[in-house]
Design a protein around this ligand. Structure first.
Ligand SMILES: [Zn+2]
Length: 331
């Protein structure tokens, strides 16, 4: 994570699109919701049912002469509560479908809302039981803010799909990394990219741990997959990127270059830490790197560290210690 901007800011919003900043209770701050105004009237990432968020969304629609009931469809870029929390509510009010990436279904329907597999995985990476309980309580709290979406309302998006929304034709890009079924939308005619949390100018997206029993460690290799996805967005070469948080921006090639350099440096930091600690669990490394992390941030710290350990392991710079899948040593 880095606090300076990673790409040049673009002030203007493409025609027929309204950007609405909605508050969230999380450290990330506001989430960017987008109204795609022409037919079919589409709301991308309607935020959470928290504070006056839904009032702000309602007022933004009224300002362009529309009502909540006019919304034809809701798009959720990924199943994190700051993005999908109010989608189920909006879909019910508007009697509209919710479109999301196929792999995000367990998160948005609440089937995986308590994230037991994620907590179990974190335990295997060294997270102490007491902190697992705290993180579990966080998920329980968030459930009240993120309304589960009725499965009957979902329309599933796959990589390569074409989506008509707001008078434009969008190509669907499903790219794992921040979330396994993360959806970005690209209008190739106007070269506008709605990037969710996959590309952000304000921070490097966290490669969030994704449990997956089909993989050898019971998890996806989120950062490896994330980095592998970036070249496709460089090739799209959007004129403007509309992200899930922070300012609009251009120059994706610059952003990607800076992002790669950031991760190479962070990997080097973690290699030095592995050398210093000797034989350490992922949690021990994360708590050295992020001593201030609490609650859910502890899981983000673990995600960040394990992601870079995957990179270091691919380069042959670290190895697992003995049979313990959660401990690493320098090679
Ligand atoms: Zn987000």
């Amino acid at each position: 994570m880095s606090s300076r901007l990673l790409a040049p800011v673009v002030e203007h919003v493409p025609e027929g699109i309204v950007a609405v900043a909605l508050p969230t209770p999380f450290p990330v701050g506001d989430v960017n919701c987008y109204l795609l105004l022409d037919e079919p009237l589409t709301v991308v990432d309607p935020g959470m049912r928290w504070a006056d968020s839904t009032d702000i969304l309602t007022a933004a629609l009224r300002e362009v002469g529309r009502e909540l009931a006019d919304v034809d469809q809701v798009v959720v870029t990924h199943g994190h509560p700051d993005h999908f929390g109010a989608a189920g509510w909006l879909a019910e009010v508007a009697d509209a479908p919710v479109l999301c990436g196929r792999a995000e279904v367990p998160k948005v329907t609440g089937a995986a809302a308590n994230r037991p597999a994620l907590l179990e995985l974190a335990g295997r990476l060294g997270l102490p039981d007491s902190l697992r309980a705290t993180a579990g309580a966080f998920f329980q709290d968030v459930r009240h803010l993120a309304h589960p979406i009725d499965e009957g309302r979902l329309r599933l998006l796959d990589d390569g799909d074409l989506l008509a929304a707001g008078g434009r034709d969008w190509r669907v890009h499903v790219t794992p990394g921040h979330a396994v079924g993360h959806v970005s939308l690209f209008d190739a005619d106007a070269r506008v990219l709605v990037s969710g949390d996959h590309l952000l100018a304000s921070v490097t997206p966290n490669p969030v741990l994704e449990p997956d029993p089909a993989y050898p460690d019971g998890r996806r290799r989120s950062l490896v997959e994330y980095l592998a996805s970036l070249e496709r967005f460089v090739r799209l070469d959007p004129l403007v990127v509309l992200p899930g948080h922070g300012p609009r921006f251009s120059a994706v090639a610059t952003l990607v270059h800076t992002t790669r350099r950031h991760h190479a440096r962070r990997a080097a930091d973690i290699a030095r830490l592995v050398r210093r600690l000797g034989d350490a669990t992922v949690y021990e490394l994360a708590s050295e790197l992020f001593p201030e992390a609490r609650d859910f941030s502890v899981l983000l710290g673990i995600s960040e560290v394990v992601g870079h350990l995957d990179l270091l392991e691919d380069e042959g710079r670290v190895a697992r210690s003995g049979n313990d899948r959660g401990r690493y040593v320098l090679t």
